[in-house]
Design a protein around this ligand. Structure first.
Ligand SMILES: Cc1ncc(COP(=O)(O)O)c(C=O)c1O
Length: 385
């Protein structure tokens, strides 16, 4: 059989099970509404939770940086590909996250697949939540470390596994706000367990940064002062509206990552305009705290309206609202119905998640009318009152 046939067969099989994915590119900036093809849609699919991806102040900062530093970075940070803005952003992130130091990566994905293997080494043991993001799973696989998967958010299972391990280097890895369920795990409890078992705690704060605790993320939300054993990973690509990932940790860990994180060492640095945009986004949140307050008002409003219509939603104060359904076909049907009502909220299917769902993501930019329209269209699609 020709190699190409293997792929064709695979695509046909995906299509039959309604699992075929296709790219839908926008013809406009990311925002409250987006245009796909000729259609203008109300956007409930973006992780741009604070509406900063097309914010005028952020764009202005990026434009000015482009004029000063140019576009392409030309080399890895270790070969002067970075500019002074990179260091400035790292100091800013460290202060924002309450850590001693920070390091910027080209994406959140790169941060996880670079930092986790470097930290765990092939001699350590990693303890990973069963619902962790694909980038964490890939980072764990790349590490060569012994790997243990614990039940989602289960402190008792995690404690059991930590207790049974005789490794001296233990790394517990978890998201704080889970990207597909929008729930928040008990970071305080996990932190306590890590202390008891002398383990490092690696928190993926991708969906907590810009959202929890005025934007500072999960340690601040749980009132935890990050010590030398707490590593916070996050992204600039979601609530901060830009691009890139970061790790905030002790100075020793950051210096170690500069020397061992392959995604930093062997990849060209992010362009200066992107770095300037991330800096401007953090400034914006700190000087305009009401953007986060508005997001939470929208989250509360959306959940209240959905519950009133008999649609069950988890009650965590996060911008991700999953509507679980039984089958892929049902998820696709609801998403297609929403499209007919001018609403973009795609179905999330295996292998991204086991249980199909509609994943609604909320933004500061949504109005009360937008949220009312979403809840009415959803209840119409699901067949609630
Ligand atoms: C929990 C989590 N971690 C990491 C990433 C990767 O971040 P980025 O999109 O910046 O590569 C994502 C993005 O989907 C995510 O949801």
């Amino acid at each position: 059989m020709k190699p190409a046939n293997t792929y064709t067969e695979h695509l046909v099989s995906l299509s039959r099970s309604k699992l075929l994915r296709a790219i839908s590119d926008r013809g406009c900036p990311q925002g409250r509404t987006i245009r796909i093809g000729e259609t203008q849609l109300l956007n409930f699919a973006s992780n741009d939770y604070l509406g900063l991806a097309a914010n005028a102040v952020v764009i202005d900062a990026a434009s000015r940086a482009m004029l000063e530093f140019g576009l392409g970075a030309g080399a890895s940070r270790l070969l002067s590909g970075g500019c002074t803005l990179h260091g400035e952003l790292e100091r800013r992130v460290a202060a924002f996250k309450g850590s001693a130091a920070a390091l910027v990566f080209n994406s959140g994905y790169t941060a996880n697949v670079s930092a986790i293997p470097a930290l765990a080494t092939n001699k350590g043991a990693i303890f990973s939540d069963e619902l962790n993001h694909a980038s964490i799973v890939d980072g764990c696989r790349l590490s060569g470390a012994e790997r243990f998967v614990y039940r989602h958010g289960s402190l008792s299972h995690l404690a059991e596994l930590l207790q049974a391990s005789h490794k001296t280097l233990k790394l517990v890895v978890t998201e704080s706000v889970f990207s597909m369920d929008g729930d928040i795990v008990d970071i305080r409890g996990i932190h306590k367990l890590c202390k008891t078992h002398n383990a490092l705690l690696y928190i993926d704060d991708a969906h907590a940064t810009g959202v929890l605790a005025g934007g500072r993320g999960s340690p601040a939300h749980f009132n935890i002062q990050p010590d030398e054993n707490v590593i916070q990973m996050g992204t600039f690509s979601k609530a901060l509206g830009s691009m890139g990932g970061f790790v905030a940790a002790s100075e020793t860990i950051i210096e170690y990552l500069v020397n061992r994180a392959r995604g930093l060492m062997y990849s060209t640095a992010l362009p200066a305009p992107i770095i300037a945009a991330s800096l401007a986004a953090i400034n914006h949140i700190e000087t305009n705290p009401e953007v986060v307050v508005t997001l939470h008002a929208n989250i509360g409003n959306c959940k209240r309206l959905l519950l009133l219509r008999g649609i069950h939603v988890p009650d965590a104060p996060t911008a991700i609202v999953p509507i679980y359904v039984e089958t892929v076909a049902e998820a696709m049907r609801i998403s297609e119905h929403l499209l007919t009502r001018g609403i973009y909220a795609p179905a999330i299917r295996p292998p991204t998640v086991k249980q199909p769902r509609i994943r609604i993501s909320l933004s500061t930019l949504h109005s009360d009318e937008d949220i009312e329209r979403l809840s009415a269209s959803l209840s119409e699609a699901i067949g609630c009152q």
